[in-house]
Design a protein around this ligand. Structure first.
Ligand SMILES: Cc1cc2nc3c(=O)[nH]c(=O)nc-3n(C[C@H](O)[C@H](O)[C@H](O)COP(=O)(O)OP(=O)(O)OC[C@H]3O[C@@H](n4cnc5c(N)ncnc54)[C@H](O)[C@@H]3O)c2cc1C
Length: 446
């Protein structure tokens, strides 16, 4: 939305394709609905509404309910509300956002086991995440989103039985000197401290040094098992919310063979871009959290910068004008990235979470277990694509979105190497499911 606004201000024709029904992305999802005002922090609500109003008034062509499933040679293939369509453009700005890091564990597919993002959506819609409002919830994992969710759960009156903290305390202690950089964004830091304090005040039991989390149940989760300090424990619960941080959605850049870089702290791949989001591919930009997870404010600034730079790239505005329009925003973006860099370290994922038991299903589309991945490595596979060929892990309809990170970690673990050395799954068009009928309609129209 921010990119569309700045590109329009520079005089460009802009088309925005989004699979949601209304503008807002992840952060400002359904913010125009009357319910949102009561459910969202008032500052965030105002900020979101302002952006959406600017976007709606910008004159950009907006196509909601549109699934983009192919991008090649400056041509975008998509399904607009069920109808297959192709758009052509000299420049494409891609902003598919981020997703929760999927971490397989025994029982992760049982109903009642949720991610923090899904839990937040259910909470906003229903006011509770459990079938019976009295049932206690178990939180497990590590990351700012879990802290935010815990606060929202407390606000809604939910009972939290325990917070099973999977973070690494040695990493956290080592990150403390970086906290000074966070003082550059004091309101943000104090908001985080306030949320942590609320957890303490509500006497939520926090258990550290957690290993071997397991959800138990058949039709629905009944209990959570875990190990701490060498002892096994059980909590009866009908809802387990597991969250291990957020990673960029790199399926589209992967399909386009955009160059990627490994973030060693956060253990994810992200596309290499310049400060305006331009990738190694001519006219292709990657922005927002899909470029690198820096949060909503930074995503908006990255969007503004990409919109201006596309206008420069297409020769609509001069280099001087682009520099003039970008200068202040670039400074703001750098200040936010500096202040928030602390989060990258304090909430770094603990590599232990990828010690996945052999019998656990890693690829849910093709039902491939951790044991089968390890066996493929023992038989000679040396990277994720070779393991994929041996096992079909990552070959199902989600094309590795859910299993790719764990596949890389398990493969690397077996080889005693860094996940950065085993590559990423090759992604082919269509990168989102499309019916054969719609695919053929586009093909025969060519
Ligand atoms: C689960 C989750 C919960 C979060 N909760 C919070 C929170 O509570 N507070 C907070 O400050 N930050 C939160 N964040 C981070 C915040 O969402 C991001 O910082 C911000 O939304 C990034 O903006 P963006 O434009 O990069 O991506 P997004 O806002 O995610 O927008 C990306 C858009 O692209 C669409 N899209 C993706 N692929 C396709 C495709 N193939 N075809 C068509 N459309 C597509 C998506 O549906 C989405 O509308 C959360 C992130 C996640 C993943």
């Amino acid at each position: 939305m921010a990119a569309a606004c700045s590109a329009r201000e520079c005089g460009l024709e802009v088309v925005v394709l989004d699979d949601q029904t209304t503008p807002g992305g992840q952060l400002f999802r359904h913010i125009e609905s009357p319910l949102a005002q009561t459910k969202i922090d008032s500052k965030e609500y105002q900020q979101g509404l302002e952006l959406i109003n600017s976007f709606r008034g910008s004159g950009a062509w907006y196509y909601p309910k549109t699934i983009v499933w192919g991008i090649e040679s400056h041509q975008v293939s998509c399904t607009v509300d069920g109808t297959p369509t192709i758009f052509q453009s000299l420049s494409i700005i891609i902003a598919p956002g981020a997703m929760e890091r999927p971490v397989p564990f025994p029982g992760w597919t049982i109903p009642g086991v949720l991610g923090a993002g899904g839990a937040e959506i259910i909470l906003r819609g229903n006011g509770t995440v459990t079938r019976n409002a009295e049932d206690p919830v178990v939180l497990a994992g590590n990351g700012p989103l879990l802290l935010l969710l815990a606060n929202h759960l407390l606000d809604s009156g939910a009972k939290i039985a325990a917070w099973l903290d999977t973070g690494s305390w040695s990493k956290r202690i080592r990150s403390l000197p970086r906290m000074f950089s966070a003082l550059g964004d004091f309101p943000y830091l104090s908001k985080g401290m306030g949320m942590a304090l609320k957890i303490v005040k509500n006497k939520i039991p926090i258990v550290s040094g957690i290993k071997n989390i397991e959800a138990v149940g058949e039709e629905h989760i009944k209990a959570v098992l875990y190990e701490a300090k060498g002892k096994k424990h059980e909590i009866k619960s009908s809802c387990l919310i597991r969250h291990e941080g957020i990673i960029p959605r790199i399926h589209i850049p992967n399909a386009l063979e955009v160059e990627l870089q490994w973030d060693q702290e956060q253990r994810y791949w992200y596309p290499i871009t310049n400060q305006f989001g331009a990738t190694s591919k001519d006219g292709i930009y990657l922005i927002g959290d899909a470029g690198h997870v820096d949060g909503g404010d930074a995503s908006q600034l990255k969007g503004y910068l990409a919109g201006v730079d596309v206008a420069r790239y297409l020769g609509i505005i001069s280099l001087g004008e682009a520099a003039y329009r970008s200068k202040k925003v670039l400074q703001e973006l750098k200040a936010i990235q500096r202040a928030r860099s602390f989060l990258r370290y304090i909430f770094a994922p603990n590599p232990n979470i990828f010690q996945i038991p052999d019998k656990t299903i890693v690829c849910r589309c093709e039902m491939v277990t951790a044991e089968e991945i390890r066996k493929a490595v023992k038989e000679g596979a040396t990277n994720v694509n070779e393991v994929k060929l041996y096992t079909r892990c990552g070959m199902g309809p989600c094309q590795g979105r859910m299993c790719g990170p764990a596949l890389a970690e398990i493969t690397a673990g077996e080889l005693s190497r860094s996940p950065s050395s085993v590559g990423t799954l090759q992604v082919r068009h269509p990168f989102r499911p499309v019916s054969l009928e719609n695919y053929c309609k586009l093909h025969s129209a060519e």
